[in-house]
Write a protein that binds this ligand. Structure first.
Ligand code: UD1
Length: 321
């Protein structure tokens, strides 16, 4: 199977590429290197530098006997999506429509999409399963939600088969050291914890310590990118075997609070995290954890890399080198 991985030089994308190569699939990466990094390139993959807003370059990439597409290229800073929705509309929606249309034009019928827990919004019950109402509270979440609707229509009208993988909080680094690129200006918790440890940042702000949780800080379901990579391979196999289009949660089904993440990091690295409590960040739910029962049943997928020790130490190894 020849897979076109759009956004395959980024943080999650490069872990997905590694999983595909390890499964002996043929991989072409299409990436504009806006956040993707050359340091994340693998010798066994082919690389095309291009933008999803460049329709002719995208069509050209898609015309080379591509069997399936994995689409990960998107902007992902939730806060920024609320102040600059235009950027998110253009990249995450218009860009993804370009991908869909290029697939359609070149008769590529299998798509694995990088979706998000952000499609659910404020949880009405826990753990969140795929039947939970979709009510995104951020524009970022809306872009993922909106694209899932497009896929359903393209399935109905054009025979596109898709698996939309709704990641919970993606964390960790490849344990063999094959991915070394650090995200620039990441707004996510663990990269910020690491940058505080290495002195790149002065202080971590903990957004809210008055939530109704065991220690007052928010609880999230952190899933290792190596486990995410394995799910993409399984989703491709599922589609290849004629599986129906669907959305699947990817999470561990357990939660870690912000303070627990800090304490565990201190324990494992032997260093102090300089942090202070700050006001709540708008739009943050107190707790969100996944039900991943469907991914287990349908893909035979099980997270095996996502222990707190492993997510922290695999990340620390890269930040501390
Ligand atoms: C959100 C989305 C997730 C999406 C991701 C992309 C939801 C529920 N989740 O994750 O689906 O893929 O963004 O970026 O919408 N925190 C601090 N201080 C910081 C940074 C974070 O205290 O400097 C806290 C946050 O308040 C939160 C936790 O750490 O409780 C994790 O935050 P973050 O890493 O930004 O991810 P989410 O917002 O949970």
């Amino acid at each position: 199977m020849h897979v076109l991985v759009i956004g395959g030089a980024g943080y999650i994308g490069s872990h997905v590429v590694k999983a595909l190569l390890d499964a002996n699939l043929e991989v072409t990466v299409y990436d504009n290197l806006s956040t993707g990094l050359k340091i994340n390139f693998f010798d066994k993959a082919r690389y095309l530098v291009g933008d999803i807003l460049d329709v002719s370059a995208l069509n050209e990439a898609m015309s080379k006997n591509v069997d399936a597409v994995i689409h990960l290229a998107a902007k992902k800073a939730v806060g920024e999506s609320m102040t600059n929705p235009e950027k998110y509309a253009l990249n995450n929606i218009a860009g993804a429509i370009n991908v869909l249309n290029a697939m359609s034009q070149n008769n590529v019928r299998m798509l694995v999409f990088s979706s998000s827990a952000a499609v659910y919004g404020e949880p009405q019950y826990l753990p969140v399963d795929e039947e939970h109402p979709l009510n995104p509270v951020s524009f970022y979440g809306f872009t993922k939600y909106d694209m899932e609707r497009y896929f359903q229509w393209y399935d109905r009208l054009k025979g596109l088969k898709f698996v939309s993988l709704r990641y919970f909080n993606a964390v960790g680094y490849d344990e063999t050291g094959a991915v070394r690129g650090l995200e620039q200006n990441s707004q996510n918790l663990l990269p910020i914890v690491m940058e505080t440890l290495t002195g790149k940042r002065d202080k971590l702000k903990v957004f809210g310590n008055d939530y109704d949780t065991r220690d007052g800080t928010c609880i999230r379901d952190y899933i290792h990118v190596t486990d995410l990579g394995a799910a993409h391979v399984a989703a491709l196999r599922y589609l290849q075997q004629g599986g129906e289009s669907r959305a699947l949660n990817l999470g561990t089904e357990t939660g870690i609070s912000v303070l627990e993440m800090i304490k565990k990091t201190e324990e494992l690295t032997g260093r102090k995290v300089n942090y202070e409590f700050a006001p709540r960040r708008p739009g943050d739910p107190a707790v969100i954890t996944a039900s991943a029962r469907k991914a287990r049943e349908i893909l035979g997928w099980e997270p095996t890399h996502s222990s707190p020790e492993n997510i922290i130490l695999s990340t620390w190894r890269v930040y501390n080198s």
